[in-house]
Design a protein around this ligand. Structure first.
Ligand code: GAL
Length: 740
C-alpha cells in the first residue's frame, strides 16, 4: 500500500512539471522484472512486488549484471486529456522511448499498440535505438484522464539492456512531426572565397506547409549574429523547399548556422542547427612522404602483406632496404608480400620517390608472436550501413581507401554483421547471403589493392542482427575465413547468453573467446582478433591473455555528443592495460555520413566535437575504424582522417594510452606518453561555451618539454614561461605534442 502512494506522488510531480510543455515525461515510477510472461502485459496483473527501476540507466547497472534476453517494464500512469486539448492536431498520441536496447513490444492496458522487432519482425533480432510510436487518439486502449498501465516487453540481444536514455515522453503527434530540415548537402567553397550550401524543407505528409524560414549565422565565441535572413517557404510532399546560401568565408573556426521554419497558421516551428566546417589539416603536399606507424608485426610462416603508406604526387616509386628473407616489394605499388620464417626484429629503410624528390623512413618489421603492434586503422561497415551492407559498398570502401586514405596508414576493410546466411551448408560450413555473391573474390580484390579484409561473427548461435553465429562451428568458420583470406575478426557476444550460464562467471565470459582463439590459431594466417562484449568482466584485465588484439570497453556509440563524450572521457580504468598488440576499443568512429542502414546523414557531432572525437580516440590508442559511407567523404571529414601527425599519436609504437590528468567541471586534460620521450596532450573543453584553458608545464610530468606543437595545424607554437593558455571552442579540443 505504502509503495502505491509513493508511486502516485512521483507521477503527480512528474506530470505537473511538464504539463505546460504539451509533452509529459514518463521516465519516473517504473517497475521491472527479468523474464517473460504474457500476463505481465495485463493491467490487472499485480506488480506490487516488482522492483523499481530508473530509466536513466541500463538494467545491468541496477542489479541485473550481464543479463540478456527478456525483461519487462511496467508503469501506472494517468494520460491527461489536456494533452490532447492543447494540441494543434488532435488525432494521435505519441510515445517516445529514447532508447530501447534492443527490441520492444508496447502494451497499453493489455493491448499491443506498437512493436519494434528489428529484423524480420522477430523481437529477438534487431537493434538498439530510439523509438517513437503514434496511436490514434480514439483508440479505446487509451483511458484518458484515468489510470493506465503501460507495459513494455524488451528483448536484449547482448551487452547493456533495457529502456535507458534521456527522453521518455507522451505527447500528441505534431504538425511538424512529418517535417524535416535536411542539411546533409556538403558545404562547398566558392571561387570568391565563400562558403555555400543548400538545405531542404521536406515533409512526408500531404499537408501544404506555408510559412517562413529564418536563417542565422552566429559566432559562438561572442554571440554576434553575422548573417540573418528570413524567406517565405512553402512546401508539400511532392515539392520540397530548397534554400541556398552563400556566406563570405570565415576564419578557421566553426560558426553556428540555424534554420527555423515557422508555419503560418499554427505558429508551430522546427529548428535545426549546423556548424560550419573548418579544415585544420594542412593542404596535402605533392612532395613524397612516408607516413604510418614505425613498427609492424607479423607471425613467422604466415602470408605477409604490408602497403607502405606514402603521400605525394603520383606516380610514386618505392624502395626498401633490409627486408627480411622471404619478402619482396613491388616498386610501383608499395606492396610488400611474401613469408618470413625466421623470428626477429628487422630494421628496414623505406624510400619513396616522385619527380619532386624523395623521402626515407626507418621502419621495423617484427616477426614474432604479436601482431597488431599499433591499433588497427580502417573502415567498418556498421555505423554507415548496419545490416544493409553489401558487396558493392565494401568494394567502394576499399577503392576509396586506396584513392584517399591508405597513404596515411588506413588499411583494414571490415565487414560487420549482415554478410551471413541464415542457414549453414549441409556440410555445416558458413555461407554468405545473397548480398555477398563471392566472398573469396571480394577478399582477393581488397588484397590486390594492398589492403586487408575483416569480417564479423558471434559466439552464439546467432549474431546481434539475427544471422548465423559461430556456435559449435568455430573450427569450421576459422577455416572458412582462412580460405577466403580474412585478416581481421570482430567477435561479438550476442545470443551467447542463451548457451552459457544465466549469471556467467569470469571463466564463462572468457570461454567463447578462448575457443575461437584456439580455432584461429590453427589457421596459417595473421588474423587480428577483436572482442566485442562491451567490457563485461573488465575485459581489459584479461583480453590480452585470452589473445585479443583489441576489446570493446563500452556499449555501442552513437553520433551524439552525449554518447561520444560519455564513452571517450570514461576510458580510465582500462587505460593502463593498453599495450602493443592489445588495445582498448571504445567503439568505432562516428564522423562523416553515418546511418546504420540504408539512409545516411551527416554525423550529428558538430565540427568541434568531431575534432574532439578523433583527438581523444588517438590519445586513447584506440583502433580507428571509420564508420561512414566512404563513397561520400567530404573535404572536412577527409581533413579529419588524413592528418599524419594526429594519426601518429594513435599509432605511436610505445602503445600506451593517455590518462586523464586534469578533470574540472568545464574542461579536461589528457596526456599520453610517446615513444620518442615526448607527450601528446589534449585540452578538451567539455562545456558549451568558449573557454580559455591553461596548461602548466611545471605540473603533470611535463617539465623540460619546451617545444609545443599544434598537432592539427602542424605548427610550433611560440610560448614563453611555463604556462600556455589557449581559447578552445565549445566541446572542442587543442591537441598538442610537447617535446624537449
Ligand atoms: C553489436 C555491436 C555493433 C555491431 C552489431 C552488429 O553488438 O556492438 O558494433 O557489430 O552488434 O549486429
Amino acid at each position: 500500500m505504502k509503495t502505491k502512494i509513493f508511486l502516485l506522488t512521483c507521477l503527480a510531480a512528474a506530470f505537473t512539471l511538464k504539463a505546460a510543455a504539451q509533452e509529459i515525461s514518463i521516465d519516473k515510477g517504473w517497475k521491472f522484472a527479468i523474464g517473460d510472461s504474457t500476463q505481465w502485459a495485463s493491467p490487472t496483473y499485480n506488480d506490487a512486488n516488482w522492483k523499481p527501476i530508473n530509466l536513466a540507466y541500463d538494467w545491468e547497472s541496477q542489479g541485473y549484471p550481464n543479463t540478456d534476453g527478456f525483461g519487462w517494464y511496467r508503469s501506472h500512469l494517468v494520460i491527461p486529456s489536456s494533452l490532447k486539448e492543447k494540441s494543434y492536431l488532435k488525432d494521435s498520441l505519441r510515445i517516445t522511448l529514447n532508447n530501447v536496447d534492443d527490441n520492444d513490444e508496447v502494451y497499453l492496458n493489455g493491448q499491443l499498440i506498437a512493436k519494434y522487432g528489428g529484423q524480420k519482425g522477430d523481437i529477438k533480432n534487431g537493434n538498439y535505438g530510439p523509438r517513437s510510436y503514434t496511436i490514434a487518439a480514439n483508440n479505446p486502449a487509451i483511458l484518458w484522464d484515468k489510470q493506465n498501465v503501460l507495459a513494455i516487453r524488451i528483448f536484449d540481444t547482448g551487452g547493456a539492456g533495457g529502456l535507458y536514455g534521456d527522453k521518455f515522453t507522451l505527447s500528441m503527434a505534431d504538425l511538424m512531426d512529418p517535417v524535416s530540415i535536411n542539411t546533409d548537402a556538403e558545404f562547398s567553397y566558392g571561387d570568391n572565397n565563400s562558403l555555400n550550401k543548400s538545405i531542404k524543407l521536406v515533409t512526408t505528409s500531404n499537408y501544404a506547409y506555408k510559412g517562413k524560414l529564418a536563417f542565422k549565422v552566429t559566432d559562438p565565441e561572442n554571440g554576434t549574429v553575422l548573417y540573418e535572413k528570413t524567406n517565405d517557404a512553402d512546401f508539400t510532399a511532392g515539392k520540397p523547399f530548397t534554400y541556398s546560401f552563400s556566406i563570405a568565408r570565415l576564419e578557421k573556426k566553426s560558426y553556428v548556422v540555424s534554420y527555423t521554419f515557422t508555419e503560418e497558421k499554427s505558429g508551430k516551428s522546427i529548428t535545426k542547427t549546423d556548424g560550419t566546417p573548418y579544415v585544420l589539416t594542412p593542404y596535402p603536399s605533392s612532395k613524397p612522404k612516408i607516413n604510418g606507424a614505425d613498427v609492424y608485426g607479423a607471425r613467422p610462416g604466415n602470408p605477409f602483406l604490408y602497403l607502405i603508406p606514402a603521400s605525394g604526387k603520383k606516380p610514386l616509386i618505392y624502395a626498401a632496404q633490409g627486408l627480411p628473407d622471404g619478402l619482396k616489394l613491388d616498386a610501383n605499388t608499395g606492396i610488400i608480400t611474401g613469408v618470413v620464417t625466421k623470428k626477429g626484429d628487422y630494421p628496414v629503410t623505406l624510400t619513396v620517390k616522385n619527380n619532386l624528390g624523395s623521402n626515407t623512413k626507418k621502419f621495423t618489421i617484427k616477426i614474432g608472436d604479436i601482431i597488431g603492434l599499433t591499433p588497427a586503422l580502417g573502415w567498418n561497415s556498421w555505423n554507415a550501413f548496419g545490416l544493409s551492407v553489401n558487396d558493392e559498398r565494401v568494394r567502394t570502401a576499399a577503392r576509396t581507401m586506396i584513392e584517399k586514405l591508405s597513404a596515411h596508414g588506413w588499411n583494414y576493410v571490415n565487414i560487420d554483421d549482415g554478410w551471413e546466411a541464415e542457414q549453414r551448408a549441409a556440410s555445416g560450413e558458413i555461407v554468405t547471403n545473397q548480398k555477398f555473391p563471392d566472398m573469396k573474390a571480394t577478399t582477393d580484390y581488397v588484397h590486390s589493392l594492398g589492403l586487408k579484409m575483416g569480417i564479423y561473427s558471434s559466439p552464439g548461435p546467432r549474431t546481434c542482427g539475427g544471422y548465423l553465429g559461430s556456435w559449435q562451428h568455430e573450427d569450421q568458420d576459422a577455416k572458412t575465413y582462412g580460405d577466403w583470406g580474412i585478416d581481421y575478426l570482430k567477435y561479438d557476444w550476442c545470443s551467447y547468453s542463451e548457451v552459457t550460464a544465466k549469471n556467467p562467471t569470469l571463466d564463462d565470459m572468457k570461454k567463447p573467446y578462448q575457443v575461437m582463439r584456439a580455432s584461429l590459431d590453427k589457421i596459417p594466417r595473421d588474423i587480428m582478433f577483436s572482442f566485442c562484449q562491451y567490457g563485461m568482466g573488465d575485459v581489459w584485465k584479461w583480453g590480452a591473455e585470452v589473445g585479443g588484439n583489441s576489446w570493446r570497453s563500452t556499449g555501442d556509440i552513437e553520433d551524439t555528443w552525449k554518447s561520444m563524450s560519455t564513452i571517450g572521457f570514461h576510458q580510465i580504468a582500462d587505460g593502463p592495460y593498453a599495450q602493443p598488440g592489445h588495445f582498448n576499443d571504445p567503439d568505432m568512429l562516428v564522423v562523416g555520413k553515418v546511418g546504420w542502414g540504408d539512409n545516411q546523414h551527416n554525423s550529428r557531432l558538430t565540427p568541434d566535437e568531431q575534432y574532439t572525437h578523433i583527438s581523444l580516440w588517438s590519445l586513447l590508442s584506440s583502433p580507428l575504424l571509420i564508420g561512414c559511407d566512404m563513397g561520400k567523404l567530404d573535404k572536412f571529414t577527409l581533413g579529419l582522417l588524413t592528418n599524419d601527425e594526429v594519426l601518429a599519436i594513435d599509432q605511436d609504437a610505445l602503445g600506451k594510452e593517455a590518462h586523464q590528468a586534469i578533470k574540472e567541471a568545464d574542461y579536461q586534460v589528457w596526456i599520453k606518453d610517446l615513444a620518442d620521450g615526448g607527450k601528446a596532450v589534449g585540452l578538451f573543453n567539455t562545456s558549451d561555451k568558449y573557454q580559455t584553458i591553461t596548461l602548466n608545464r611545471d605540473e603533470n610530468d611535463l617539465k623540460g618539454l619546451t617545444k609545443i606543437r599544434d598537432v592539427w595545424q602542424q605548427k610550433y607554437i611560440i610560448t614563453s614561461g611555463n604556462t600556455y593558455s589557449v581559447k578552445v571552442a565549445p566541446h572542442g579540443v587543442m591537441l598538442m605534442k610537447l617535446s624537449k
